[in-house]
Design a protein around this ligand. Structure first.
Ligand SMILES: [Zn+2]
Length: 214
C-alpha cells in the first residue's frame, strides 16, 4: 500500500514499481527501491535496428539517485536498471531510468529544486539544505549552463559593454560582459583586469557561443 503511494508520488507509471521502502532512522534517510514491471518493453524499439523483438537480458548493478527530501529525511532512489537485448540484431543496452536527471546520481525533481534554490542562495547553503555535497550541485549547474549556452545565438551582436562589480564588500571582483543593445548578460569572468578578456569567448560573433570557463 505504502509502496503504491510512493510509486504514484514518483509518477512511475505502469513500467516501474516501488518494491521496497526502508527508513534508516540513524541516517535520517528513506531508501526507495524501484524495479521494472512486465510492461517495461511495451512500445519500446531497438535503438539500433528499430525492431520491437526485445527481451530483458539481465539487470545492471544497483545504482542510487538523490531525490527530494521528505520532511527532514533525505530520500534516495535505488534501482538495478534492466538491460535489454534485441533478438533481431543482438544489441544489448541498459534502459535509462526515466527519473534520472543530467547527473547520473540525482533525479530530475532533485535537480529542479536545486536549480530553483541556487537562484536565491549560495550553492554551499543549498547543499546543506538538501543534504548533499555542494560540489555535486556545481557539477549539475554547469551541465545546465552548458546546455543553455549552446542555444545562444550571438550572430546579431554588435556592441559589447564590460563593467566590474565587487562581491560581498570584499576585494574580489567579477567583470560582466553585456549586450549593449538588449542589455542581456553574455558572460561573467573572475577579476577586473585585462585577464578577464582572456577568459571571455574568443569570438562573440560566432553563431554558436563557444565553451568557456565560469
Ligand atoms: Zn535491434
Amino acid at each position: 500500500m505504502t509502496e503504491q503511494l510512493f510509486a504514484e508520488m514518483l509518477n512511475l507509471g505502469d513500467k516501474w514499481e516501488v518494491s521496497k521502502l526502508e527508513v534508516l532512522a540513524e541516517q535520517s534517510c528513506i531508501e526507495v527501491t524501484i524495479k521494472d514491471t512486465a510492461k517495461l518493453l511495451e512500445g519500446m524499439e531497438c535503438p539500433c535496428c528499430k525492431r520491437t523483438d526485445l527481451i530483458i537480458k539481465d539487470h545492471a548493478n544497483e545504482r542510487l539517485w538523490d531525490h527530494l527530501q521528505m520532511w527532514t529525511y533525505k530520500t534516495v532512489l535505488k534501482c538495478r536498471l534492466p538491460r535489454a537485448l534485441c533478438k533481431s540484431c543482438k544489441k544489448t543496452w541498459t534502459i535509462r531510468a526515466p527519473w534520472e536527471g543530467v547527473n547520473k546520481h540525482s533525479s530530475k525533481d532533485f535537480e529542479a529544486l536545486a536549480l530553483t534554490l541556487m537562484r536565491h542562495m549560495p550553492v554551499s547553503k543549498v547543499g546543506k539544505l538538501m543534504k548533499v555535497d555542494d560540489q555535486k550541485l556545481w557539477r549539475i549547474l554547469r551541465v545546465y549552463i552548458d546546455k543553455e549556452r549552446a542555444k545562444l545565438d550571438w550572430s546579431e551582436l554588435t556592441r559589447i559593454g564590460v563593467d566590474e562589480l565587487s562581491i560581498a564588500k570584499g576585494h574580489r571582483y567579477v567583470s560582466v560582459f553585456v549586450d549593449m543593445e538588449n542589455h542581456s548578460v553574455l558572460f561573467a569572468a573572475d577579476g577586473k583586469d585585462a585577464q578577464v578578456f582572456e577568459q571571455s569567448p574568443r569570438n562573440f560573433t560566432e553563431r554558436r557561443s563557444p565553451s568557456c570557463n565560469y
